[in-house]
Write a protein that binds this ligand. Structure first.
Ligand code: NAI
Length: 411
């Protein structure tokens, strides 16, 4: 994909991109190749410095440490789009960005495979008590035991939440010879020989390993508590790399102490430290055959590289074509470029009569609309319009002058 050659966008001064927080090189490469001028800063910036640095910047890339408040966004008038080079977008006031006509992208699926691989490794590690054996040898203990150690081949893996990660785990687990069952609240395509369960309790009853891959929602909050743990097979294992609010840690500790649950691998916690330098305490610490990791399920070099590429590609497509597909806070519009046309992009307040006013501006300037696409949400409408003649600057000025217009750009 190249910046719109039809409309000569490459001749314009390159848009300026500011990337904060040491975003992966793949993002810089992808955007530079598309003709953008990229500046990368290794850390997040304090608010005042960030506001100063944003002058003249059209694209801002951040990770989780940069907080973009409504006030900060309003103080950066040249900004056109924001990339969150991570999974979460809580650090951005998405509604304010929407009102200001700023689409925001993230990379929701770039670390799917990394999480799935970690889960597979932990299933085997739990079955063989590898965490405990390793800890013992580190302190000079030699406990060569085979009791309560198993192969995973032929065992049943129960996957709760058969979305992107759950279904990847399913494929990998079957390759190990496991039998896979899953439970989801919406009907899902069964991959390989996996079988859906009618209820959560049915899955808990038949599974040797239970792994959670659900989002944090009111329904999934504390969904694994004393009753669910009691419904699990005696001697089975629980894995949670989804969200910390899904499992009641106190109840899990009890089930582990009683031996009803034979082991657990936990990557996420109800409360997690903000910084690597913060200390962390959990009731699970020290329990036998419990693998505890600091929310690293998706943390691999490949995932970082993939996040850099995925978000940068979304932004390049927006710059070159105005496409907002995949944006987390914006009406989704994507219209293929047609040769010989002139594209105008307009974000406006979603109030009645806007399209009529825009069409009037276009027809008064004797321009013909070759094609157009509009999508709206509660607050705004986003319009892509291709005109058959080069009157775009006049049309842009006319449309920008409408009281309902928030932002207008020609490619
Ligand atoms: P996804 O949206 O693709 O899949 C989630 C699935 O859960 C969907 O199929 C959905 O229908 C299902 N679901 C929702 N509510 C349910 C319920 N009450 N019972 C059963 N199923 C339910 O999400 P994805 O990408 O697979 O991620 C899953 C989880 O993993 C998310 O919580 C995400 O935050 C977490 N995650 C954790 C990482 C880590 O580093 N540990 C990294 C990446 C994601």
């Amino acid at each position: 994909m190249h910046a719109n050659p039809v409309n000569g966008a490459l001749k314009k001064p390159p848009l300026k991109v500011l990337l904060l927080e040491n975003i992966h090189q793949t993002a810089i490469e992808t955007m530079t190749k598309e003709g953008l001028s990229v500046e990368s800063v290794p850390k997040s910036l304090p608010k005042d410095q960030l506001i100063a640095r944003l002058a003249g910047v059209q694209i801002l890339g951040i990770r989780s440490k940069t907080h973009l408040t409504a006030e900060l966004l309003a103080s950066a008038p040249s900004l056109q789009a924001i990339g969150c080079f991570c999974i979460g977008t809580n650090q951005v006031d998405l509604s304010a960005a929407n009102r200001l006509g700023l689409p925001v992208w993230n990379a929701p699926f770039s670390n799917t495979r990394s999480v799935a691989e970690m889960i597979i490794s932990e299933i085997i590690a739990l079955a063989r008590q590898l965490g405990d054996r390793s800890r013992e040898v580190h302190v000079g203990k030699w406990r060569k035991v085979a009791s309560s150690c198993f192969e995973v081949r032929g065992k049943t893996l129960g996957i709760i939440g058969y979305g992107h990660i759950g279904s990847q785990v399913s494929v990998l687990a079957e390759a190990l010879g496991m039998r896979v069952v899953f439970y989801d609240i919406i009907p899902k395509l069964q991959l390989g020989n996996s079988q859906p369960c009618d209820s959560l309790h049915e899955l808990l009853r038949v599974s040797d390993f239970v792994t959670l891959h659900v989002p944090a929602t009111p329904q999934t909050q504390w969904m694994i508590g004393p009753d669910e743990l009691a419904a699990m097979k005696k001697g089975s294992y629980l894995l949670n790399a989804s969200r910390g609010t899904v499992v009641q840690i106190g109840a899990l500790c009890q089930a582990l102490r009683s031996g009803h649950v034979a082991g657990a691998a936990i990557d996420v916690y109800p409360e997690e430290p903000e910084e690597n330098t913060d200390s962390f305490v959990t009731e699970l610490a020290g329990l036998p055959n419990v693998i505890l990791t600091p929310h690293i399920g998706g943390s691999t070099q490949e995932a970082q590289a993939s996040i850099g590429r995925e978000v940068a590609q979304s932004i390049c497509k927006f710059v070159a074509q105005g496409a907002t597909t995949g944006s987390v806070n914006f009406p989704q519009v994507e219209l293929p470029l047609s040769p010989g046309t002139h594209r105008i992009l307009n974000v406006h307040k979603n109030v009645p009569g806007v399209l009529r006013d825009i069409s009037r501006v276009v027809s008064e300037l004797n321009a013909n609309i070759h094609s157009q696409m509009l999508s709206t949400d509660e607050q705004i409408g986003y319009l892509i319009m291709d005109l058959d003649q080069d009157v775009s600057a006049q049309v842009r000025d006319g449309i920008s002058g409408l009281p309902t217009s928030i932002r207008t750009r020609i490619l």
